[in-house]
Design a protein around this ligand. Structure first.
Ligand SMILES: *Cc1c(COP(=O)(O)O)cnc(C)c1O
Length: 440
């Protein structure tokens, strides 16, 4: 890490946002029950320290774009080739989103229609494999994603999933193991990327193996797309044949997804998304993706992406200093996976206690976890959301301290300590308003 923005510059660079005036008056009048729930969620997101690494705060502009009359329109097909009339405005919206995706990620082709990350990945299977084919990805308990061929997923039921992991001693991917498995199993697809990987993904190493094994390499950058867009993680271009991403994690857009590739795969991908897998695209989401991609092309987003990583590394250091056991010993990106075994608290107990303390995390398996996935040894945290609120490296010792005290309180069953943390968290959060949230 070389880039470490000053507190003042990181604050203005990452949390500048027009005030949210969407206080849903019509909804409040017509459906007070639902309106109250949304208001309560706004308050919860404002007051709590949100550390789930796949979450973020979108800007008011992204929220506005996603709540529009674009919602009312059917647009099966692609710009200029639709199955419905009246696309005078929808076609330019989708063309804009596609052009911005191509520009931000430096790719030849982009499809912005997948409803979310899981359907995007399913479209990749449809484009490049037949049911029963062998596919390879990282095992879910090692940090992979369900859709990379894990057994309970359609991708593991309809395809033959073979799975790689990380080394027990280093917590990192062993490329000799990946290569041996790929050459033995000859998968059609190799997925790299995952949901609990704190280290840089070596796309070139995966590409070399995929090439040797005759497999299509899919870089699933759902978690790190914003870091890549902001230059804080190496790009999978030109190593990967297909790039799959969600738009709602570090990329800070609406819930949605994109598939990107070189021109040679454009047709196969487009056909797989529609008509292969989906019907009409969610045009309001397409518009909001275009807004998020515009934001991601700004210099301030580079500052944001680098600040996310600087914060994660400062937080990792502060946690290590407090005796926490971090998988792989630290982080290169936005995410930290910790094994709470030495703290003598199960991950779920810690996560639920931290939630009561106003710190929102998720419990997570750690590699070679002796406990069950529904009651694992670890918790997973990340810095995308707190960085969007303008918190900087100077705040990370405080955050680590809260986690330390929260985990200790979880072990001791000390509810008063959790309540004290909750009010300290709320004070700091009040001083750092989140993008997109109305003033309460
Ligand atoms: C989040 C994620 C997905 C799935 O995205 P959804 O929008 O939840 O379906 C796929 N792959 C990876 C690596 C992810 O992190």
């Amino acid at each position: 890490m070389t880039h470490s923005p000053s507190p003042s510059s990181s604050h203005s660079a990452v949390s500048a946002d027009a005030p949210n005036t969407l206080n849903h008056p019509a909804l409040a009048a017509q459906d007070p029950e639902l309106s109250a729930l949304i208001g309560a969620e706004e308050q919860l997101q404002a007051d709590t320290l949100r550390l789930i690494p796949s979450e973020n705060y979108v800007s008011t502009a992204v929220l506005e774009a996603s709540g529009t009359v674009l919602q009312n329109k059917y647009s099966e097909g692609y710009p200029g080739r639709r199955y419905y009339e009246g696309q005078q405005n929808i076609d330019p919206v989708e063309r804009l989103a596609v052009a911005r995706a191509k520009s931000v990620f430096g790719v030849e082709h982009a499809n912005v229609q997948p409803y979310s990350g899981s359907p995007a990945n399913l479209a990749v299977y449809l484009a490049f494999a037949e049911p029963g084919d062998t596919v390879m990805g990282m095992a879910l308990p090692m940090g992979g994603h369900l859709t990379h061929g894990w057994g309970v997923s359609a991708t593991g039921k309809w395809f033959r999933g073979v799975q790689y992991g990380v080394r027990h001693d280093t917590g990192r991917i062993d490329f000799d193991e990946v290569r041996d498995l790929a050459l033995k199993e000859r998968p059609k697809l190799i997925f790299c990327g995952g949901t609990a990987l704190p280290r840089t993904i070596d796309f070139a190493a995966f590409a070399k193996i995929a090439h040797e094994a005759g497999a299509v390499l899919v870089a699933d950058i759902a978690h790190i797309a914003g870091l890549i867009a902001g230059g804080a993680h190496p790009s999978p271009v030109p190593h990967a044949d297909v790039i799959s991403t969600t738009t709602h994690k570090t990329l800070r857009g609406p819930r949605g997804a994109m598939l990107m590739s070189r021109e040679e795969h454009a047709k196969a991908i487009d056909k797989a998304v529609f008509p292969g897998l989906q019907g009409g695209p969610h045009n309001q989401t397409t518009a909001a993706i275009a807004v998020a991609l515009h934001e991601a092309s700004q210099p301030s987003f580079r500052d944001y992406a680098h600040a996310v990583v600087a914060n994660a590394q400062a937080l990792a250091e502060a946690l290590l200093a407090r005796g926490f056991d971090l998988v792989s010993g630290g982080t290169d990106n936005h995410l930290i996976l910790m094994d709470l075994t030495p703290k003598d608290v199960p991950g779920k107990v810690a996560a639920k206690a931290l939630d009561r303390a106003g710190i929102v995390v998720n419990y997570n398996t750690v590699p070679y976890d002796p406990r069950k996935p529904f009651d694992p040894s670890g918790i997973r945290i990340g810095t995308p959301s707190l960085t969007s609120r303008g918190l900087g490296t100077q705040h990370m010792p405080t955050v680590a301290d809260w986690i330390d005290r929260g985990v200790a309180a979880a072990r001791a069953g000390d509810e008063d300590a959790l309540t004290t943390i909750r009010s300290e968290v709320a004070d700091l959060m009040a001083a750092h308003p989140a993008p997109g949230l109305p003033a309460h």
